[in-house]
Design a protein around this ligand. Structure first.
Ligand code: TRP
Length: 374
């Protein structure tokens, strides 16, 4: 890892301690200053630097300012129910769509990748995708502004993957991803197809595109930007812009999110009772004893409740978040009280979300069948 540089593995576990270094190593630009100022609305994930970097976001800001059309494109593997990580990507997708009436959404259900990476049969991922779409609709996705498709059913995307395979050698793929089964290499080419799909003639041709993703997806973005340049002559592609969010820890404080550690993952669909248990057992920045914590104060910057749950997901108000920080830091509020307060917010959010998503089944089904309702 170290002298060799940081390794980003889209199919494994990436662990980034120092985002400055990551950005320098791969040429990702920080999302800060003037660029943030130019965003018409500053999402919590932008204000709190959870979205820390970008490529070419300037191009999207210009499209917003000049009222020109642009695409917002992302994808999610239907390998399980929505959790906090997929919630992040979905919120970013919805956010970039909300910034201009001229934005058009393209959402890939990555069922081919779920098959190649997780051996999930297509019939099963259909069922999961439907459930995932219910969550996205409940999170505020406007079904009239999005084109939703499954990779396995989208011929133009698979054709692009095949076309790109002309000019990608094994050596290139190995240099980017390491030695991998060919199914994963193919998934990478399909993902490049996903990302450039909005620029095909039947979707209106070349246009600025922004891809909100987690930092671990940057290898795919780099590959796709290269391919866009290589095929500019043939298709007129504009290299896609991207934004990157930080890779978060699981509830138990592990850097690796693993389904084998169910206490680490908070699903948006799970029972309130089970969710409550996970929150109450989450890793905190508490000291060894209550006495010590009153004396020294807590360590909110290390705490999953503070960083991952409140700051990243569930506490919208900046002032309240800052007060919460000092309550902990000063030793006035101990972990028991904090967790109880945090659960009040989280439980209420989950309850409302689950009520909303329950009403979305028909709409999600129609969207999955018809791809677009506009
Ligand atoms: N590889 C992404 C993941 O693991 C899913 C994905 C498929 C995607 N196609 C995409 C992400 C296009 C962004 C853009 O979740």
């Amino acid at each position: 890892m170290d002298r060799e540089g940081i390794v980003l593995d889209p199919w494994g576990t990436s662990h980034v301690k120092d985002y400055r270094r990551l950005m320098e190593q791969f040429g990702i630009e920080p999302l800060e200053g003037e660029l943030i100022e130019r965003l018409p609305y500053k999402h919590r994930l932008v204000r709190r630097r959870i979205i820390f970097g970008h490529r070419d976001l300037e191009m999207i800001l210009r499209a917003i300012e000049e009222g020109e059309e642009y695409a917002v494109m992302t994808g999610i593997k239907p390998s399980g129910e929505f959790h906090l990580g997929t919630k992040l990507t979905s919120e970013e997708f919805i956010y970039f769509l909300s910034l201009s009436p001229k934005a058009r959404g393209f959402f890939a259900i990555a069922d081919l990748e779920a098959y190649a990476d997780n051996k999930i049969p297509l019939e099963e991922s259909y069922r999961i995708a439907l459930s995932n779409l219910m969550d996205m609709l409940a999170l505020g996705l406007d079904p009239r502004r999005v084109y939703v498709y499954r990779q396995s059913q989208e011929m133009p995307v698979m054709q692009l993957a095949f076309i790109f395979s002309r000019s990608v050698t094994y050596n290139t793929l190995e240099a980017i991803y390491g030695p991998r089964p060919f199914g994963l290499y193919l998934s990478a080419l399909v993902q490049a197809g996903d990302i450039l799909n909005p620029q095909l003639p039947h979707h209106g041709g070349p246009k600025p595109t922004v891809v909100p993703v987690g930092a671990d997806q940057d290898p795919h973005i780099r590959l796709t930007r290269d391919l866009a340049r290589k095929y500019r002559g043939e298709f007129g592609f504009v290299p896609p812009a991207a934004t990157y969010h930080k890779l978060l820890r699981d509830l138990t404080g592990q850097e690796k999110m693993s389904k084998r550690n169910p206490m680490g993952i908070l699903y948006l669909t799970e029972s309130l009772e089970s969710a409550r248990r996970k929150v109450m057992n989450a890793f905190t920045g508490g000291r060894a004893t209550a006495e010590e914590q009153r004396r020294l104060g807590g360590e909110p910057e290390k705490c999953v409740i503070f960083v991952e749950l409140l700051s990243t997901h569930f506490l919208e108000d900046d002032k309240q978040l800052e007060e919460w920080y000092w309550e902990c830091k000063s030793g006035r509020m101990l972990c028991g009280e904090c967790k109880a307060r945090a659960w009040e917010l989280i439980g209420a959010w989950l309850k409302r979300h689950q009520e909303r998503r329950a009403k979305m089944r028909d709409l999600a089904e129609r969207l999955l069948e018809e791809k677009t309702l506009s």
